[in-house]
Ligand binder design. Structure first.
Ligand code: PLP
Length: 403
């Protein structure tokens, strides 16, 4: 008989996953994957920090643990340590119990719980996203029912920040609008405001009553764990309110464990406690309560001074390697005499470079060179190595001279 779902239309593939599948199916020995944002070793292999392996070993050997349900909002100590990591050890907001932090299903899940909360309890359901932004932002906030607008952010001519455009668009936003701000290592552009620019953004947003929703997926991936979250701490220091979604995917290599938090910083501890009760009502019918394992790994690392230091040191090795790859790629393009100004490769920061290569050039590189990346020209720098750079330069050179 006919299927009950006969008329279900086929949806298009999610672009970045389609790139991943195409890469997997490619049998060329020289294929190169610069698509999905994951950190790879110099050998091109997936990378798990040593400190994470050690933490997992500790968990396996700890016979006092069990696998019973967590509370709806997750592991209490994990939430405390996560808040400390992003807001700082002596954050007044934490001391005054004005922060509520709940364990969510990684950065994406945290964004979604925050979005659902805002859709239900905030008076102005308009959210501004940077132009461009992480692809999934659009889907997450649409699913939550928020109305979306964009603010200028990236200037394709300079490959840097369109700061004037950003200030104009935020200045013109209606009072109370929500503004999604990526904390550091902006995806997909690799362009972050300077500390002085952040301070100007903060002043404008507070003046206009714009509500900050921070997305923090790369703390420590640009400079270090403290410097990278300066914008969040600036906004907290003025006593105002904000939402913060935190992800441990990239910074601890825990992608598939789905570990993250949503924090809401409030004016009073009473408000914080009411908000927590409402977050439980949102989480419970979605997945009841979060998973244990990944958050236990993070807790083991954050609570132990030595493991924490080791993590920070391993993170620094990753960050330094990405910076070195930027320099190597830039030098190689210069040596090769590839047409164009490529200096943005070293000016941009974090995991991604928005190369300026267009969709046709990317398609050409994929077809002729088996080099895979997002069609918008975003390149995952952490998927490169000293060995693959010469080949990538061949591909880029051919693309910009022939296409
Ligand atoms: N936010 C940004 C800006 C990202 O780039 C990502 C992942 O690429 C995420 C959030 C969510 O990642 P996850 O759900 O794996 O924590």
């Amino acid at each position: 008989g006919d299927s009950a779902f006969e008329n279900v239309p086929r949806a298009p593939d999610v672009p970045i996953y389609a790139v991943m599948v195409a890469y997997k199916e490619d049998t060329s020995p020289v294929k190169l994957n610069l698509g999905m944002g994951v950190y790879r070793s110099e050998e091109g292999k997936p990378h798990l920090p040593n400190v994470v392996r050690q933490a997992e070993q500790l968990l396996v050997n700890d016979l006092s643990t069990d696998k019973e349900y967590l509370p709806i909002t997750g592991i209490v100590q994990f939430n405390k340590l996560s808040a400390k990591l992003i807001f700082g050890a002596d954050s007044p907001a934490i001391k005054e119990n004005r922060v509520i932090t709940v364990q969510c299903v990684s950065g994406s899940g945290s964004l979604r719980i925050g979005a659902d909360f805002l859709a239900k309890h905030y008076h102005q359901p308009t959210l501004y996203l940077s132009q461009p932004t992480y692809q999934n932002h659009l889907s997450v906030f649409t699913a939550a029912g928020l109305a979306m607008k964009t603010y200028r952010y990236y200037d394709p001519n300079t490959h840097g920040l369109d700061f004037q455009g950003m200030l104009e668009d935020l200045g013109a936003a209606s009072f109370g609008s929500i503004v999604l701000l990526q904390v550091c290592g902006h995806n997909p552009t690799g362009v972050d405001p300077t500390p002085e620019q952040w301070e100007q953004i903060r002043q404008l947003m507070r003046l206009k009553g714009l509500f900050p929703f921070f997305d923090c997926a790369y703390q420590g991936f640009v400079t270090n764990l403290d410097a990278d979250v300066l914008p969040v701490r600036l906004f907290i220091a003025d006593g105002g309110e904000c939402l913060v979604a935190q992800s441990y995917s990239k910074i601890m290599g825990l992608y598939g464990e789905r570990v993250g938090t949503l924090s809401i910083v409030c004016k009073t501890s009473d408000v914080a406690s009411s908000i927590e009760s409402q977050l439980k009502l949102i989480i419970r019918p979605l997945y009841s309560n979060p998973p244990i394992h990944g958050a236990s790994i993070v807790t083991a690392i954050l609570k132990d001074r030595e493991m924490y230091s080791q993590w920070a040191a391993e993170l620094k090795v990753m960050t330094d390697r990405i910076a070195s790859l930027r320099q190597q790629l830039y030098n190689a393009l210069l040596d090769r005499g590839t047409p164009g100004d490529w200096s943005h490769i070293t000016r941009q920061v974090g995991m991604y470079t928005l190369t300026g290569l267009n969709a046709e050039q990317v398609a050409f590189m994929t077809k002729e060179y088996h080099i895979y990346m997002s069609s918008d020209g975003r390149m995952n720098m952490a998927g490169l190595s000293s060995k693959t750079i010469p080949y990538l330069v061949d591909g880029i050179h051919a693309a910009v001279t022939l296409v």
